[in-house]
Design a protein around this ligand. Structure first.
Ligand code: PLP
Length: 395
């Protein structure tokens, strides 16, 4: 089975991990700092805080923005559950902004309409968690303009978008957001096995996130209340967590950072091969905006309306193509249904979800494997010219 995503590790990565295992530091040593510096340097952000997952990073991002009970956090329904759960960890309510069909990112018109309604009702969100679906950056400049007009904070869930560019700058620059979060889970663009990072240009948010990621404990005399007891003093000044990354993981992440641009270039090359082949077949690739470079964490397509996705999925899996579906809209999850969300809460997300299919894409895939997947997908559609025509019309 060709999986939908797969990590690419080489001997250099393995040596980096082994070297760290032989060193004095297994955690919170020089590799963690070097990994943070490599990522913040690449992105052009002032601060990077490495943690054990993107989920942890999203949690401390929300906490540092003082999300709590009585607050509302908005996010995209077409995402992994973690984009919404971070608000629930803080006791806040979650709401979803519908997506646009071309990219799967949140729809600016839906966002503006929802903001207007929320303003009138006096229930504006405290934070908007935007998701760069599949690695295509959202229209951050416009979303940032809304945040100034309506007074909310922006967290970029860039779990898919490590190595993406928007208006000539890397995602993670935080030019248009308070905080950007990356994931280094093995299916993502680069990996540290498990790991995540929070980037920000705010000294204050960075200090809060660092504190929250490590028990709420500080050794900085300036932050202590009262006189330090001695040189050994450490003061817990808030309720934090153990969200630290280990130096073993950071060593892998650091080694992978050196390959990031090659990985993303290869992902783009393979994605273009898919795009070209699907032209005229009724299979609709996601759109990439002209002011962006997608990191292509996922290669997701929309199948023609007339195709039975369930059947297509089954046939392709049986043929050894590890297709997947990203994602079941978050509000459909039993946990969110129990909070009162309707099973069809966002119409575009529903429409998108019914048609989507993720095809295999990872840097070590061969062009031949891409061509094999293309052939099998086209066969599985059992090519129907009427369906092609209809799907062209609804583009
Ligand atoms: C993978 C993913 C996460 C969670 O990442 P972890 O590092 O596994 O916690 C969060 N958001 C999105 C959009 C993701 O795809």
């Amino acid at each position: 089975m060709i999986p939908y995503g797969r990590q690419s590790l080489d001997d250099e990565d393995i040596e980096a991990v082994v070297d760290t295992l032989r060193s004095d530091f297994l955690t919170q040593g020089p590799k963690t700092e070097a990994f943070e510096n490599a990522v913040s340097g690449y992105c052009g952000a002032t601060h990077a805080i490495a943690v054990n997952s993107a989920t942890s990073a999203l949690h401390i991002a929300c906490l540092s923005l003082e999300v709590g009970q009585g607050d509302v956090v908005w996010t995209s329904p077409v995402s992994f559950v973690a984009s919404a759960n971070c608000a629930r960890y803080c006791g806040a309510r979650v709401d979803f902004v519908d997506i646009e069909m071309g990219s799967g990112n949140i729809c600016l018109r839906a966002l503006e309409a929802k903001l207007l309604a929320a303003e009138q009702a006096g229930k504006l969100p405290k934070v908007l968690v935007v998701v760069h679906f599949a690695g295509q950056p959202c229209a951050m400049e416009k979303i940032h303009a809304f945040s100034l007009r309506y007074g909310f904070h922006i967290v970029e869930d860039a779990a898919h978008a490590v190595g993406a560019y928007y208006q000539g700058r890397p995602t993670g620059s935080c030019q248009y957001s308070d905080i950007t979060v990356f994931s280094f889970h093995p299916v993502k663009v680069i990996t540290s096995a498990e790991g995540g990072m929070a980037l920000t240009n705010s000294d204050k948010l960075a200090a809060r996130m660092r504190l929250l990621a490590s028990h709420g404990v500080t050794r900085d005399p300036a932050l202590m209340q009262g006189e330090p007891e001695g040189e050994w003093a450490y003061h817990q000044i808030t309720l934090g967590f153990n969200y630290r990354i280990s130096d073993v993981h950071a060593a892998l992440g650091l080694s992978q950072m050196r390959k990031l641009d090659n990985f993303v270039a290869r992902r783009n090359e393979l994605a273009q091969r898919y795009d070209r082949a699907f032209d005229g077949t009724g299979v609709r690739p996601l759109q990439v905006a002209s002011d962006s470079r997608s990191s292509y964490h996922l290669y997701t397509v929309l199948l023609p309306e007339s195709v039975d996705r369930q059947e297509c999925f089954r046939v392709l899996r049986a043929e050894g193509v590890g297709v997947h579906v990203h994602y079941i809209p978050v509000y459909k999850q039993p946990y969110y249904r129990a909070l009162g969300f309707d099973a069809a809460y966002c119409p575009n997300a529903e429409h998108f979800y019914r048609r989507l299919l993720t095809l295999p894409l990872f840097p070590s895939m061969h062009a031949k494997e891409i061509d094999m997947v293309i052939d099998k997908v086209v066969q599985a559609l059992s090519y129907d010219p009427a369906a092609v025509q209809r799907s062209k019309e609804d583009c």
